[in-house]
Design a protein around this ligand. Structure first.
Ligand code: SF4
Length: 203
């Protein structure tokens, strides 16, 4: 006899009143979310709660859990929750700080001394240049032997730094942050018709 496995169930709960319409959920999972005429999210195949009209819910199984959890975790205002069907407890495992408590967390004053704290990434380095006539930014990647290995080109910083990460061309947090910062400066300069010189502040 064939064995049937019962899939665990979860409830996606979406609060339309809390939603501010940033549409990040839809950005990563358009198959689960769409927007309405108020630019708020709509839970696809969701049903409006009869006892609380601002809530929309949908029962899902574990195959869909990952995508809904990602949608919930990217929502900046926690308008989405995913609950265990049996216990009605959230499975997001987060403990967001309430607005009223945010002033009570410790503040770390930022500082940086490049002479003492800068460290060479053993993976190599990048040069960044803009090509406004093509609306293109090009990042040249030099390996540890200082030989040019790749040119990564794109029209915005996000696609370039994500490509750099995907290709694993940086190996330290400091270098990743540096490259992201330079690429964003390059993108702003290109879009605002400003000169861009790597490592210099924007004019
Ligand atoms: S990410 Fe959150 S706030 Fe933004 S549209 Fe989706 S549910 Fe609404």
């Amino acid at each position: 006899m064939e064995e049937t496995t019962v899939k665990k169930k979860y409830v996606v709960s979406y609060n339309r009143e809390t939603c501010t319409g940033a549409l990040k959920c839809m950005g990563i999972h358009p198959e689960l979310w769409k927007k309405d005429s108020d630019n708020k999210a709509v839970l696809r195949n969701g049903a409006q709660s009869s006892h609380d009209p601002k809530l929309f819910t949908r029962v899902i199984d574990e195959n869909e859990l990952k995508s809904y959890k990602e949608s919930a975790l990217i929502c900046p205002v926690y308008a989405i929750d995913v609950l265990d069907f049996d216990t009605a407890k959230s499975v997001l495992n987060i403990n967001p700080t309430k607005e009223k408590d945010k002033d009570n967390v410790p503040v770390i004053r930022a500082h940086y001394d490049s002479r003492k704290e800068w460290q060479m990434d053993p993976k190599g380095f990048f040069t960044v240049k803009i090509f406004p006539e093509e609306q293109m930014i090009r990042a040249r990647y030099y390996g540890e032997d200082h030989a040019l290995k790749f040119v990564i080109e794109g029209s915005n910083s996000e696609e370039i730094y994500n490509t750099i990460m995907r290709e694993k061309l940086v190996s330290t947090f400091q270098h990743a942050a540096y490259v992201g910062n330079e690429l964003m400066k390059a993108e702003i300069a290109m879009k605002k018709n400003l000169p861009y010189v790597q490592d210099d502040p924007l004019p």
